[in-house]
Design a binder for this molecule. Sequence first.
Ligand code: NAD
Ligand code: TDX
Length: 332
Amino acid sequence: MQRLLVTGGAGFIGSNFVHYILEHTNFHVTVLDKLTYAGNRESLKHLDGERLTFVQGDITDAVLVAELVRATDATVHYAAESHNDNSLHDPRPFLDTNIIGTYTLIEAARRYAKRYHHISTDEVYGDLELDDPERFTENTPYNPSSPYSSTKAGSDLLVRAWVRSFGLQATISNCSNNYGPYQHVEKFIPRQITNVIDGIRPKLYGNGQNVRDWIHANDHSSAVLAILEKGSIGETYLIGADGEKNNKEVVELILTHMGLPSDAYDHVIDRAGHDLRYAIDSTKLQTELGWTAQFSNFDAGIEDTIMWYCDNESWWRPQKAETEEKYKEQGQ
Ligand code: NAD
Ligand code: TDX
């Protein structure tokens, strides 16, 4: 495998993956990205121009997708509408990109008999009670809650059907919440860090008891590379790093690291249908593919992430005012 097509490579996790691949392999990467509000060409700057080709385009464009899939050895599909809050206010782009976009890619991969890896989320499994001793595994039934997670679930099921019915050479991974550099300021951790930089109090939805299972984006990238190289066709792998924290703990950690009292935040209107808890059991990935997380110290990872946002204001500043304006209209 020498030539990778990475969809959504100008987004948060996709751009981290492109950085990771260029550093850890000798592959050539072609990025296909529409550059929606969530895509940022700046996230790929300073990367080796000879090993990276950037194509601006839509994954629902069947002609373009066929050409790019044909010209590469494998596709890693990150492109998506990814924000739950947006999906509650305008679900349509989620159906177009997450469902039709995935369909377009797997049809091309089938036609040219190419390897395909599908990036998905733990949210397809719905949520867990706070005291549930079980975590999500590859066998947990699908039960998505939001327009976002239901379109991701739908796209996963399309891939499974294409494997079974057409012999598509595909693998799927479902990962927990990522954090790290290049994440859009609409998302929880960057929103609160940049709020503090701007002298705005962090905003916690509801009572802040909702739990997310945090993983550093680099650990997600190393897991995807392991699946690409060693995963079995047709299999699903759950990716997680035992990083469960409730939102209140995360906000308090950010405030403390940024030199403010740990209670200097506001509670705002809760998200509709807000999933209570996600938690991943990644035993299969660890035992079958020998993967382990490298960034297991969340405290240190948050400190690095805070430093990245402090040092890279020119990257996030253009999105900040518009993002906060949208939240303000929603009382959040
Ligand atoms: P993101 O919103 O930061 O980036 C999405 C990228 O896709 C952007 O660059 C955007 O321009 C591009 N894109 C959107 N629609 C497109 C289209 N129609 N054609 C081409 N490009 C298009 O998202 P992210 O947080 O980096 O998530 C990437 C993937 O990882 C998604 O599939 C998401 O479901 C999955 N995932 C995310 C997380 C997380 O914590 N963020 C966790 C697990 C899985
Ligand atoms: O201002 C906020 N205050 C707040 O309390 C925001 C933006 C969020 N939250 C809460 C909601 C969630 O419980 O923080 C938690 C994390 O929120 P998001 O960053 O919006 O992430 P989440 O909804 O958990 O989904 C993320 O992880 C799974 C990604 O956005 C998805 O793409 C991925 O599939």
